[in-house]
Design a protein around this ligand. Structure first.
Ligand code: C2E
Ligand code: CA
Ligand code: CA
Length: 266
């Protein structure tokens, strides 16, 4: 069924804005795959990516995602938008590093500025330090940025963070979503932010759902955030409407200053 989905063009990328907490502007987005199934409707990746990972279909899907994300980023680049566009790769794609690099280079051939692209991978991948070192260096050499997804939930040690060319830490949504209630989670967020700044990495906080969380993160000097508070992942046309609006929330100067953002849902 999934290989037919590829043939029949049933996959679609949704885009979730990443917002600069100081200006309220969209500075990037994460591309998230959806499957438009004729009978089941819109299927979330959690329901089909794990199935695709059992076969080489994940490599084909991954190739399609990279091509679409790079092509879209190039289109925005040509319209004068300066946006970081992130896309996800599966651990299975790293098991065939030559194919991954060939796919990435083919996707970049559309002419997008590679520095505008960011590849998201999870911490567990770094555990296979031996084989990962070379491929991450190869990716980095193309100019594509490397983001560590769901950061804080895995087993990364400081030495891993220093050993690999990592540009962005994405603070996992589990810390962010409890940060307005649980002091331990606030401490965790503070630690990750401090560490990222010391290591010259950029930060994206994931899963921001409330004004309080956005305010707290901006007070802790986290530059960029993503989450339902700003916008759900949305189809291309809706994302472009958000881009046209430019500022999608008003940065806070105090607790009471927050205004509701333009909320979009899928
Ligand atoms: P992820 O990479 O951690 O993506 C973030 C997920 O959190 C997305 O779910 C997004 O819709 C959701 N999210 C965003 N903001 C909030 C929020 O404020 N609150 C909450 N509770 N959730 C939020 P989605 O789109 O269902 O994707 C789930 C996972 O599927 C992704 O997790 C990623 O691991 C995987 N995935 C998505 N697209 C791709 C893809 O193109 N390739 C591969 N290999 N995996 C993908
Ligand atoms: Ca991700
Ligand atoms: Ca994540």
């Amino acid at each position: 069924m999934l290989h037919k989905a590829l043939q029949h063009n049933e996959f679609e990328l949704y885009y979730q804005p990443q917002v600069d907490l100081r200006t309220g502007c969209i500075v990037g987005c994460e591309a998230l795959i959806r499957w438009n199934h004729s009978g089941m409707g819109l299927v979330a990746p959690g329901r089909f990516i794990p199935i695709a990972e059992h076969s080489h279909l994940i490599n084909q899907i991954g190739r399609w995602v990279m091509q679409q994300a790079c092509f879209q980023a190039k289109t925005w680049q040509d319209k004068g938008h300066s946006l970081k566009v992130s896309f996800n790769v599966s651990a299975r794609q790293f098991m065939r590093p030559e194919e991954l690099m060939a796919d990435l280079n083919a996707a970049l051939a559309c002419g997008v500025n590679p520095h505008q692209m960011s590849i998201e991978l999870t911490e567990s991948l770094l555990l296979d330090a031996h084989s990962m070192g070379t491929v991450l260096e190869d990716i980095h050499a193309t100019g594509v940025q490397i983001s560590l997804d769901d950061f804080g939930t895995g087993y990364s040690s400081l030495s891993y963070l220093r050993r690999f060319p990592i540009d962005v830490l994405k603070i996992d949504q589990s810390f962010v979503s409890h940060s307005d209630k649980n002091p331990d989670d606030v401490e965790m967020v503070k630690t990750i932010i401090g560490m990222a700044h010391n290591l010259n990495m950029r930060l994206v906080a994931e899963g921001v759902e409330t004004a309080q969380q956005a305010l707290l993160l901006s007070e802790l000097n986290c530059e960029v955030a993503q989450g339902y508070y700003f916008s759900h992942p949305v189809p291309l046309s809706q994302f472009e409407s958000l881009l046209d609006a430019q500022i999608i929330f008003k940065p806070a100067r105090g607790n009471d200053d927050f205004e509701m953002p333009l909320l979009y849902s899928i």
